[in-house]
Design a binder for this molecule. Structure first.
Ligand SMILES: Nc1ncnc2c1ncn2[C@@H]1O[C@H](COP(=O)(O)OP(=O)(O)OP(=O)(O)O)[C@@H](O)[C@H]1O
Ligand SMILES: [Mg+2]
Length: 355
């Protein structure tokens, strides 16, 4: 899948732009604050109808305007589709080939975007929720079953937390909810463990290509149940924490607290890794979705926002080589050059493709 054309109306700093993209590397260049990230933000928006930068959809509408519009032409093999997203203060309206669509999941099936953003640099040092989000988002894109399991689990978790906030919590009801949570947790944990194993195969190659030498890179899953007997062990874990959970009125154990770490040459990168090693590992992790999906038609496009900053010349060159092996890519950068790439120059609220 590739994005061949993009039109923005009143999106962020742009009154109106129309752009044709290349099927390989597209490099958005311009000064700080000129609007480079805004363009790739619009491309990312096509896949989840959400920005990674803000939950305030209002911020996407150009100041002084009443609506914003993102229109894109997307090609998958011989199939051409047009996506239109209209954003107003009331909400978002999406249409596909002129017909309204209601479910966001329909959109993410059409546009799949793998993203690296500057916020990802510290993914291994941040709180576990950023790593879980990465797992949940990537796995949900790959498996509708996982998406539905996580949805069920989060609903049960909310109900359990709400039930514990009662003055006299109903312990029988809590047990019923807990049992249901355990039922959906087992496949969730299984999906996560298999996914991380798959990532490991790709990640060590990508990371070594970026580091410039063969290094052992291993993601280590930290499941909340380590025993092969999942259900009885989980039941015990919930029982052990019940009194404390009731006291704090929240659920302290479960797949919603799971995590993973990255071991670089056997040492936890969040504790021992340098800033640059963390940056390169984060970039490698964020590039994995492209290599993980084997079906060429379903491979994601890759958005790399500010991925080159703070890389020295030799690491930047290695990254460029890796980028050349991807499909369609959007890179924002003040100065990078990629041989054979298409350049989009941004200045004064206008973006133009360099001839
Ligand atoms: N809703 C909006 N209306 C008008 N302008 C906006 C809106 N949202 C953001 N901007 C403007 O967009 C500009 C920032 O754009 P963007 O983040 O894309 O810059 P950038 O080129 O990626 O910069 P950097 O190189 O620093 O990352 C700012 O000048 C900001 O004021
Ligand atoms: Mg930027």
């Amino acid at each position: 899948m590739i994005v061949t054309h993009l039109e923005l109306r009143n999106f962020r700093n742009y009154p109106s732009i129309d752009l044709d993209f290349d099927e390989k590397a597209n490099i958005v260049t311009g000064k700080n604050g000129s609007g480079k990230t805004n363009i790739v933000e619009a491309i990312y928006f096509l896949s989840l109808c959400k920005s990674w930068r803000t939950n305030e959809t209002r911020a996407l509408i150009r100041q002084g305007s009443s609506f914003a519009l993102i229109r894109a032409d997307v090609r998958e093999g011989e199939l051409h589709r047009r996506i239109e997203i209209q954003i107003t203060s009331q909400g978002k309206k999406i249409s596909l080939n002129g017909k309204p669509i209601r479910r966001l999941s329909e959109l993410s099936k059409i546009v799949n975007v793998a993203l690296f953003s500057p916020e990802d640099v510290n993914i291994f040092k941040d709180s576990p929720s950023s790593r879980r989000n990465f797992l949940d988002i990537s796995l949900s894109k790959q498996s509708p079953d996982y998406f539905s399991l996580i949805g069920k689990y989060n609903k049960l978790l909310q109900e359990r937390n709400a039930a514990m906030k009662n003055i006299n919590p109903d312990r029988t009801y809590l047990e019923v909810l807990t049992d249901q949570m355990i039922d959906v947790s087992e496949p969730i944990a299984h999906y996560r463990s298999v996914y991380l194993e798959g990532l490991n195969k790709i990640l060590s190659k990508l990371a070594s290509a970026l580091y410039g030498q063969s290094r052992t890179v291993l993601l280590v899953y930290k499941p909340f149940i380590r025993s092969a007997e999942f259900k009885p062990a989980a039941k015990k874990a919930y029982e052990r924490s019940l009194e404390s959970d009731l006291f704090h009125k929240t659920t302290s154990v479960g797949v919603h607290r799971e995590d993973f770490s990255l071991m670089l040459d056997g040492k936890d990168i969040s504790l021992y890794g340098s800033q640059g090693e963390n940056r390169l590992a984060a970039i490698a992790l964020k590039l994995t979705p492209f290599f993980l999906i084997e079906d060429g038609g379903r491979k994601p496009i890759t958005v790399l926002d500010d991925v080159y900053s703070e890389l020295d010349a030799i690491h930047a060159e290695r990254l460029t080589n890796l980028i050349k092996s991807l499909g369609q890519v959007f890179v924002t950068s003040a100065e990078v050059s990629i041989e054979g790439g298409t350049y989009i120059d941004v200045s004064q609220n206008i973006a133009t493709r360099r001839k």
